[in-house]
Design a protein around this ligand. Structure first.
Ligand code: UDX
Length: 438
């Protein structure tokens, strides 16, 4: 099969490289010339474990290429994937579909044989129908199922584990309106059929909703355990034991029950908000998700208060060491990261912040400019600080030499927002240790 992948962001690049690795011929297309020229030079613009090798191998094998020329990318393509950004629109929280619709118009003008146009970006319910209408407007006389089809194929990739998630997914969801599109998608995902991965074919609109429902459900699960954590703190219970106690019930499941500073990232905050708006628009409000959005926002904003309390109620003139800036480990992504709420709040309370993250220091500079001190490693970050705050649970922070940490800090105080150490162990070692829900 031949595939054109429009958009070389996170989803487009990972999906393109993985389809190529399945044996298809893939052309990744992006308007950003500097991005394409970097990719042609073998440089990967994002940090994702294993992606550089996967891209290099498939480029070498002649299955994967990059271009800014959509016509070149679409030549002979059986399927064109739209994997451009769908950010939250400023002001109303709806997904901004201008990039999707602009790409659709360009694709429509270039279709020269039956092609399946697939939305891979997370798009609101009903976008597939809109994409179909745009193509028919641009190409008078075009009939869906005959000259083209529009399908939905949402991604469920986690940053940091995206390649594995693509190649060994729990399931693949394809929303199609005709058998021809189903045949093309079946062929594209054939290697997964051999793996016995469940491939779910649904109506297009259902597939679009599955993506939002999945992310909203996971965000709800996290928010639920975060609120349980607050309650645990009040009554003296242990949230990790609560999570284990409920998670062993197979109907609940043990994953996504880690209490923390609130979820962030490029998907959950944006998708929960977009689902709330879509549901309101259709007169079927999703009140649970509305509460989740609000609770998570409030939670992220409240985290700096824990640091303030840990240093005795006043941050004025204090130095805070922050370890972890990315929204989760194994990524350089800081979109909607809790650190973006915590650090400005600490500074607002009069603290100086020195920070380190293994991968997102360049990103951090864009957000914080010269308002914080950037440190090369964890131990430098601690030098002369009054308190250590763990914001992201990178493995290397789990393995810190705590005796050395104690020596570097002016007082033995840790606010661990990811529960990476054991409270009994920390107490024994003489730490004032504040964690979440324990
Ligand atoms: C998520 C979905 O998992 C993926 O299926 C979807 O396609 C895109 O959004 P991602 O944003 O990469 O993936 O990160 P994920 O690992 O899901 O974590 C999201 C946020 O939730 C992070 O801020 C993380 O720290 C937080 N989280 C996750 C918790 O606080 N507790 C948990 O138990 C799990």
């Amino acid at each position: 099969m031949k595939v054109a992948m429009i958009g070389t962001g996170y989803v487009g690049l990972v999906s393109g490289a993985c389809f190529a690795d399945f044996g298809h011929r893939v052309v990744c297309v992006d308007k950003d010339e500097s991005k394409i020229s970097r990719l042609l030079d073998g440089e990967i613009p994002i940090f994702e474990p294993g992606l550089d090798a996967l891209v290099a191998d498939n480029v070498k094998a002649g299955r994967l290429s990059f271009t800014t020329d959509l016509a070149e990318g679409m030549k002979d393509a059986d399927a064109v994937f739209i994997a451009v950004g769908t950010p939250s629109r400023r002001g109303d929280g709806h997904a901004d579909l201008s990039y999707v619709y602009a790409a659709t118009e360009e694709i429509a003008a270039l279709i020269d044989k039956y092609t399946v146009v697939v939305t891979k970006s997370t798009v609101p319910v009903g976008t597939g129908a809109e994409v179909e209408a745009i193509i028919q407007k641009v190409r008078d006389g075009f009939t869906p199922g005959e000259h083209f089809s529009v399908a939905s194929n949402p991604e469920f990739l986690r940053e940091g584990a995206a390649i594995d998630d693509f190649k060994r997914p729990d399931r693949v969801v394809c929303g199609v309106e005709d058998d021809r599109a189903k045949e093309v998608l079946t062929e594209l995902y054939r290697p997964l059929f051999l793996n016995e991965t469940p491939i779910l074919f649904t109506q297009r609109v259902t597939s679009e909703l599955i993506k939002y429902a999945a992310n909203a459900f996971l965000a709800t699960k996290i928010t639920f355990i975060n609120e349980m954590a607050d309650l645990c703190e009040k009554v003296g219970a242990d949230v990790q034991a609560v999570a284990r106690g409920i998670g062993l019930d197979k109907r609940i499941g043990s994953k996504f029950l880690n209490a923390g500073p609130g979820y962030g990232g490029s998907c959950f905050p944006k998708d929960t908000l977009a689902l709330v708006r879509t549901a309101q628009q259709h007169g079927a409000p999703v009140r649970i998700v509305e509460s989740v959005v609000e609770a998570n926002d409030t939670r992220k904003k409240s985290m700096a208060g824990r640091v303030k309390a840990a240093v005795g109620g006043d941050l004025e003139g204090k130095t805070v060491a922050v370890l972890g800036l990315a929204f989760k480990p194994n990524t350089d992504d800081m979109r909607d990261s809790p650190s973006l709420d915590i650090i400005p709040a600490l500074i607002g309370e009069g603290a100086s912040v020195q920070a380190h993250d293994p991968e997102s220091m360049n990103e951090a500079r864009k957000h914080f400019g010269d308002t914080i001190t950037y440190c090369d490693g964890p131990y430098e970050t601690l030098e002369g600080a009054d308190v250590l705050v763990i914001v992201t649970e990178w493995d290397e922070f789990r393995a810190l030499d705590l005796a050395r940490v104690k020596e570097a800090l002016s007082a033995p105080v840790i606010v661990d927002l990811r529960n990476i150490y054991r409270p009994d162990d920390m107490a024994e070692k003489g730490w004032q240790y504040h964690s979440i829900g324990r």
